[in-house]
Design a protein around this ligand. Structure first.
Ligand code: RIB
Ligand code: CA
Length: 305
């Protein structure tokens, strides 16, 4: 049976791969896609999500969400994603979002779904946290929470923090305390999913339709990584975990997020060696078969129009 999911995103160049991978995979039943600000402003992340779902020929409803975190304001990353969020690659207009706001849609789905729903977060997790803060009992119908978020070592937004975690650490702490298992695809995991020129060429060579070629065009605009030999494809790793978990190894552990105002803010303390003795509330994905991941990505995206 397909896994029912809600996907929360901020497209975003790597989000574009993740959204299309989710829509192309029969293992998943995408009940809704909710959108936050993050990589770029919400006006652009929302328009990008609508354009991507229409490009894929999908009828999955898209819901507008938070344009700011629980505290403060999002900071954007146009250096990686471009001003428009998709590297300047223009997509046909995707129309208007569903009138229901993101947190309301998440709560409705959790309240009415006949089976537990997996929440997938590949953005600052404000929408997910707002839903569960407003109606905490709905966590009982959450199967798990799968996030591209955090790092056990250095960050990519600050030396301490990964971008999504730093953009709304309070929201991440809500999810870590909600009583449902949180799966982390951290920066160490996504560093095993490098979009090298060879892998990008192999994706293009699959042919496929406009979707695959468009995300390859988008990825080609991403600047060289200062941290790694090639840009990591962060967000589709979270989707791939649900589709083909055999590509991964994982470890259960405890995890916390630093809510302080200082240089450590947004740091995820992922206790892989159980040094704290804290209750296990997380699963951290540790290794990925990178070639297998790109094979899966190409095979699925080539199915799309
Ligand atoms: O740190 C990487 C994460 O931040 C990804 O989700 C990327 O899209 C950005 O949102
Ligand atoms: Ca993202």
């Amino acid at each position: 049976m397909p896994i029912p999911i809600v996907l929360d995103c901020d497209p975003g160049t790597d989000d574009a791969f993740a959204v299309l991978l989710a829509l192309a995979s029969p293992e998943l039943d995408v009940l809704a896609i909710t959108v936050a600000g993050g990589n770029v402003g919400l006006d652009r992340t929302l328009a990008n999500t609508l354009a991507l779902t229409r490009l894929a020929g999908s009828q999955v409803p898209v819901h507008k969400g938070a344009d700011r975190p629980i505290l403060g304001a999002f900071f954007n990353e146009p250096r990686v994603h471009g001003i428009d969020g998709l590297g300047g690659i223009a997509l046909p207009d995707g129309g208007a979002p569903h009138p229901e706001l993101a947190a309301d849609a998440i709560r409705r789905i959790l309240r009415t779904s006949p089976e537990p729903v997996t929440l997938v977060g590949i953005a600052p997790v404000t929408n997910l946290a707002l839903a569960l803060t407003t109606e905490p009992a709905l966590a009982a119908n959450v199967a798990s929470i799968v996030l591209m978020s955090g790092a056990w070592a250095e960050g990519n937004a600050t030396p301490a923090a990964e971008f999504n975690a730093l953009n709304d650490p309070e929201a991440l702490s809500v999810l870590l305390a909600c009583g449902r298992p949180v799966v982390f695809a951290t920066l160490e995991l996504t560093a095993q999913a490098l979009a090298t020129p060879e892998r990008l060429a192999a994706l293009r060579a699959r042919g496929g339709g406009r979707c695959l070629q468009t995300v390859c065009d988008i990825q080609a605009t991403v600047p060289r990584s200062r941290r790694l030999p090639a840009p990591p494809l962060h967000d589709p790793c979270a989707i791939a975990w649900l589709i083909q978990p055999s590509l991964f190894t994982a470890r259960t552990c405890s995890a916390r997020v630093d809510l302080g105002p200082g240089i450590g803010r947004g740091r995820t303390a992922i206790d892989r060696w159980n040094r704290t003795g804290d209750p296990f509330n997380a699963t951290v994905l540790e290794t990925l078969d990178g070639d297998g991941f790109f094979d899966l990505l190409g095979e699925r995206l080539a199915r799309l129009p």
